[in-house]
Design a protein around this ligand. Structure first.
Ligand code: DGI
Ligand code: FE
Ligand code: FE
Ligand code: FE
Length: 187
């Protein structure tokens, strides 16, 4: 699928600010893909669709989790975590993208997972460092991102866990799995 076609599909599904974020994630993901030898076309399409389900009603996302092969433990965690897995499902069904690598990187873009592919890492990190983001510690993650893909992802995962813990939020196991796997990969 061409970039313009993909963007035209996603635009009506998002608010303007989220669409602008999506375009920045796309640009960042392509640059990361070029830097680390990842398929640029897959990075482009995955980035364009990564937040496809962001504005689906919570009840609809809950139904998709209940009625399809998605992890049921998501239901016990914050609904903010649902738009990735549900988005992957909807991008397959509604948009007709069947590439498993692209769908997985959409699925896991919020939490990461234990054995992240290079494409997963590119999307996870692009979402975190795109130029519109403002997180504490972000400038260090941005620097690392262009030097070492694993280390950049590890810092992003660590920051996210620290942020959530400082807010006394529960942390989804896959988020810890990502952090642990990236810690080993750093060695
Ligand atoms: O959709 P975006 O805003 O572009 O970014 P995202 O999909 O990375 O979602 C970020 C939100 O998800 C952010 O508020 C942190 C939260 N989050 C990430 N991992 C976890 C989590 N929230 C909980 N409760 N547990 C997690 O493991
Ligand atoms: Fe997201
Ligand atoms: Fe993210
Ligand atoms: Fe995003």
């Amino acid at each position: 699928m061409e970039r313009d076609e993909a963007l035209a599909i996603v635009k009506p599904k998002l608010k303007q600010e989220r669409y602008d974020h999506t375009v920045r994630v796309m640009e960042t993901a392509i640059q990361l893909a070029q830097t680390y030898g990842v398929d640029e076309k897959k990075a482009e399409i995955a980035a364009i669709f990564h937040d496809y389900a962001k504005y689906r009603p919570i009840d609809e996302m809950r139904r998709w989790i209940q009625t399809t092969y998605l992890p049921k433990d998501l239901l016990h965690y914050h609904h903010e975590l649902w738009h990735g897995p549900v988005g992957a499902k909807l991008v397959e069904r509604e948009v007709g993208i069947h590439d498993r690598e692209i769908l997985d990187s959409i699925h896991y873009h919020t939490t990461g997972r234990s054995h992240m592919s290079a494409l997963d890492k590119v999307i996870f990190l692009a979402d975190y460092i795109e130029p519109g983001r403002k997180f504490p510690g972000l400038s260090d993650v941005r620097d690392a991102a262009w030097m070492d893909l694993n280390h950049g992802c590890w810092m992003a995962a660590k920051n996210t866990i620290q942020f959530l813990m400082s807010k006394n939020q529960p942390i989804y196991p896959e988020t810890f799995n990502a952090y642990n796997a990236l810690t080993k990969a750093n060695k």
